[in-house]
Design a protein around this ligand. Sequence first.
Ligand code: SIN
Ligand code: CO
Length: 376
Amino acid sequence: MKKLPLLGGLTPQQFLQEYWHKKPLLIRQAIPGFKPLLAKEELVAMAARDDVESRLVTHFGSRWQLHKGPFAQLPPFHKKAWTTLIQGVNLHHDGANALMQQFRFIPDARLDDLMISYATDTGGVGPHFDSYDVFLLQAYGQRLWRIGPQKDLTLVEGLPVKILQNFKAEQEFLLEPGDMLYLPPHYAHDGIAVGECMTYSIGFRTPSFQELGEGFLQFMAESIELPGRYADPDLPVTSKPAEINNAMLSRVAETLRKIKFTDDDVAIFLGEYLSELKPTVFFDPPARSTSLSRFLQLADKRGVQLSRKTRMLYRGRHVFINGESFVAGGADRRPLVKLADRRQLAPEDVANASKDVRETLHAWHEDGWISLRKPG
Ligand code: SIN
Ligand code: CO
């Protein structure tokens, strides 16, 4: 595998072995000469949209405050100590989406989103920890990161933002545009803007086992089949009518123990769960619908690409897209797996696909899940 400047000259394999989920890594000039993809005015405009998740954290005086967007107005740029954080910029902006794709040496199942923060001088979200891995790319201006491996993760009580009670930094780095800091989950950190600055966070998902378990049981509720009904032809007379008797308990327990699940069930659950979109995400179907034959004519010439918003995964013969799953057997699997891995299909891949796949691509086009590739 190639050594990447993005990882400070490490190969993705070396990075994963030595740092990923283990220890921080500072990478000077991970993207040399990096220029911000969006101006602060564009971020402010995004913070005003109701289909974009945004927050405002202020530290005026010594008081932490948190507000949830959308924001018709943010504090003035000349006022110190505030920061706005815009989640999922990759869903709305091609450049941000392309930047996030550089991190696909990590599976999509783990990738979450690209968040952008804009802060005025001294702004930040305070000393805290996150429960996920994150790459913090400095996009504009300077930010002082103070970080430490502390075990004491007690938070200050009663604050609207997560602030560590006893933050002790062990290292300090001043990040310039193009520099990047990788932090594993639970590594304490505090990023303070030195002058106005913008930071891009490429964040990963680490679902809790509780969340997975609850989701899986909901999924199983839709797929279990337990025929028959409770019966007790041997019921004795009771002198304790309010008691649930042993016979009932053991018969029901025995039946419930018959609920089994296979790795295939887990795969389908995971695929549907991890390809599900956040509730704020909506697709923009094309303004005019395109007939199947017209779509195929164009797709055979131009190929297709996934929308920035589409989440597509696969496992064996199961293919998952935006929370839905289906089985793609035989020759149907190949083009769909290619589309998921490359997020696009060349014209010849579309042309060679089966009738079923071609019709499916048309349906996805009508939903706004995929689009025709730009001509040329
Ligand atoms: C920020 O960009 O200000 C916050 C990122 C973080 O600390 O997780
Ligand atoms: Co953080």
